[in-house]
Write a protein that binds this ligand. Structure first.
Ligand code: AN0
Ligand code: CP
Length: 317
């Protein structure tokens, strides 16, 4: 594997799942593969899970790891070409990227949607510059439109817990005070479209995700109806994705907060969320604390998905 930015880079999912279970059962199996190889993890945005799980994955493979928070201690980076740099940004990505490439064998990048220009975000302008100018394999640690390491961990978690071949999986929007990216729901939809499941997405009007991600999913605007008979409930907030209202918060309707009222009509569904989660906005205390909540196993599986991805990238060096 050359780069990892979406589900298509991984090839057949059954093979990827097999590798994930192999790693889960012996996570140090390839502990010399990364000897004298250096991973640079680059964060333009905050992180708890991605930072720790990806570093742990690299250590499982015997790699050296460097972590850089661009906004804390590095120079602020300009990303537009042709700009007269007389503002607050002392360095350009076009120099910074090849410099970083000189020190690293593999580069992980976290760079959220900026909500300034929908086309720039949806064309993955920042991530693609890393691929173009670093000369190194690049993987997404959540970019503008996708969070594939999360979706891979989500898929592993569903595979571990499903009790039928084609479970009903429901992605539900839930309220949040701020404008959040569409990366997690986009990616989850993209992966569920490839996986073996009945996939339903539910959200208020105005929160339609881009059709390139939703694919064959059934869109149901009635949340209670969507939840009927579900085996897995995946909650997430996202802001509007449409060109007219891109990045806007259109609703904070707390009747969409996932609680026992909605879970009661499911098939005793498991509850999932990528974390960080705002309790009693996205999900009630009792649902996230219930024995059916998978949020901690999901987060734990981030180490597994990252180990598989780094292993594949190392094998191709
Ligand atoms: C981010 C998001 O919604 O994309 C990261 C989730 C993994 N969440 C927040 O900014 C709260
Ligand atoms: N789920 C996830 O990516 O969490 P962090 O933002 O803490 O990395």
């Amino acid at each position: 594997m050359k780069n990892f930015t979406s589900v298509t880079d991984l090839g057949p999912l059954d093979q990827a799942i097999k590798e994930a279970f192999e790693i889960r059962d012996n996570r140090y199996k390839y502990d010399t593969l990364g000897k004298n190889k250096t991973l640079l993890m680059l964060f333009f945005n905050s992180s708890l899970r991605t930072r720790l799980s990806t570093q742990k994955a690299a250590m499982n493979l015997g790699m050296n790891v460097m972590v850089l928070d661009i906004n804390q201690g590095a120079w602020k980076l300009e990303s537009e070409r042709g700009v007269v740099m007389d503002g607050d940004k002392p360095e350009h990505l076009l120099e910074a990227i090849p410099v970083m490439g000189a020190y690293a064998d593999i580069i992980g990048v976290r760079s959220f949607a900026q909500f300034k220009n929908r086309d720039d975000d949806y064309q993955e302008k920042i991530l693609n510059q890393f691929i173009k100018y670093s000369g190194r394999p690049v993987f997404s640690m959540e970019a503008a439109t996708r969070h594939p390491l999360q979706s891979f961990a989500d898929l592993i978690t569903i595979e571990e817990h499903k009790t039928k071949a084609h479970p009903k999986v429901v992605l539900t929007w839930a309220p949040h005070p701020n404008a959040l990216p569409q990366a997690v729901p986009n990616s989850f939809a993209e992966w569920m479209n490839v996986a073996d499941c009945d996939f339903v997405i539910t959200h208020p009007h105005g929160y339609e995700l881009d059709a390139s991600f939703t694919g064959d999913a059934v869109i149901e605007y009635d949340q209670m109806k969507a939840f009927e008979g579900a085996d897995f409930i995946y909650a997430k907030n996202w802001s509007a994705a449409s060109p007219e209202h891109y990045g806007e918060v259109l609703s904070k309707d707390r009747s969409w907060t996932v609680g026992s009222r909605q879970m009661a009509v499911t098939n005793n569904a498991f509850f999932m969320h990528c974390l960080p989660v705002r309790r009693n906005m996205i999900v009630s205390d009792d649902v996230i604390e219930s024995p059916r909540s998978l949020v901690i196993p999901q987060a734990a599986n981030r180490e597994i998905s990252a180990t598989v991805v780094l292993k594949r990238l190392l094998e191709n060096l």
